[in-house]
Design a protein around this ligand. Structure first.
Ligand code: PEP
Ligand code: MN
Length: 358
């Protein structure tokens, strides 16, 4: 099968669903039978599970491959598994698995990705590559390049979020700017979002799925289980087939194609925004000019660039304006920090300038 073409040709969103882990033949046939009645395009199931810490369920291994392949065939659905090394690839392909995916903990390791690319050389296997656990766009792109160099062209990306120590809401931080940047760098590559691993909680799946659709992603990978609370891994984030159906019915799918009239109207709005952005940057530039004047004054009076008390007070005052301005405190903080850093850079240049050149 050609996964990439299927994703592009299929109605959006392309849906990949199935359990986090294959557990028993009954679990697989039950969930796959249920999913076959929905608009699911591809089955997923973990056979080898990379767990962060030992002691949790690490997957059944190859014994579960025929259960998965047979149940998928019976319901005329293709199936996919995660592979982390040469042995996994060989066993999965021999068992008749249609699509492979490289997990987040494997994408970080160029040796492992290269090993997988080498064993796939000469095949036409479709491969999906999850983002690495750390927010490193080049590492993700590097994995695509390794597979491409081995002649594997049927490639798809999966955005599953990035490790974050103690994120206030999600299991993994979405860092949407990274899949957006990936699309800019590799425009032909389909991108699937994996809300299950981003959120870690089933009640948050819809908001992330909706966001992925609004950002024009091509599909969703959602972990589904006949009895989610009893799942052997990732119990909190899995949903039943019915839960998946409800979620999909709530998704609002906005059009990707814009007609000429709408494009014209948007152009007018974008021009207005462009004019305001020009003004913003003119003001920022003037502001840095003033910073340089202050820097010169500090230099002449031999005082340090950073005056922490003054800075803390400025931030606090600015935060108070948050609700009047209808801007989030987080945004105000980010903008203030960025302005501050740039200001320090300008002042440092002034401080370090040679006296003769002054
Ligand atoms: C998975 O898909 O079950 C999995 C282990 O995901 P990730 O590589 O995103 O952690
Ligand atoms: Mn999982």
């Amino acid at each position: 099968m050609n996964l990439k073409n299927q994703i592009v040709a299929s109605e959006r969103p392309y849906i990949i669903a199935g359990p986090c882990s294959a557990e028993t033949p009954e679990q697989l046939s039950s969930i796959i039978a249920d999913l076959s009645k929905l608009n699911v395009n591809l089955i997923r199931a973990g056979i080898w599970k990379p767990r962060t810490r030992p002691g949790s369920f690490e997957g059944l291994g190859e014994i579960a491959l025929p259960w998965l392949v047979e149940a998928s065939k019976l319901h005329q659905l293709p199936c996919s598994v995660e592979v982390a090394n040469k042995d996994h690839v060989e066993k999965a392909l021999k068992a008749g698995v249609d699509v492979l995916w490289i997990g987040a903990r494997t994408t970080v390791n160029p040796f492992a990705v290269q090993e997988i690319a080498d064993v796939l050389r000469g095949t036409k296997t479709p491969v999906m590559i999850k983002n690495p656990v750390n927010p490193d766009l080049n590492l993700w792109i590097g994995a695509f390049e390794r597979l491409k160099a081995a002649g594997i062209d049927d490639l798809t990306a999966i955005h599953r979020g990035f490790s974050f120590y103690d994120h206030p809401k999600y299991r993994n931080a979405p860092n949407w700017e990274i899949p957006i940047a990936l699309k800019e760098r590799l425009p032909e590559l389909p991108i699937i979002c994996d809300p299950s691993h981003i959120t870690g909680k089933r009640n948050l799946l819809l908001e992330i799925s909706q966001k992925a659709m609004d950002l024009n992603m091509d599909g969703l990978m959602i972990e589904t289980h006949p009895d989610p609370d009893q799942a052997w891994s990732d119990a909190e984030q899995q949903v039943t087939a019915e839960g998946l159906q409800v979620l999909l019915s709530k998704l609002v799918l906005r059009s990707r194609d814009i007609g000429a009239e709408i494009a014209d109207q948007m152009q007018v709005m974008r021009e207005k925004i462009g004019i305001l952005d020009d003004r913003l940057f003119d003001i920022l530039s003037a502001r840095m000019h003033l910073s340089e004047e202050v820097g010169l004054f500090k230099k002449e009076n031999n005082i340090t660039i950073l005056q922490p008390e003054h800075w803390a007070k400025s931030i606090q005052q600015r935060m108070h304006t948050s609700s009047d301005l209808k801007l989030s405190e987080g945004f105000i903080r980010q903008v203030m920090d960025a302005i501050h850093q740039e200001s320090i850079r300008h002042q440092t240049n002034i401080m370090n300038r040679n006296e003769e050149n002054d």
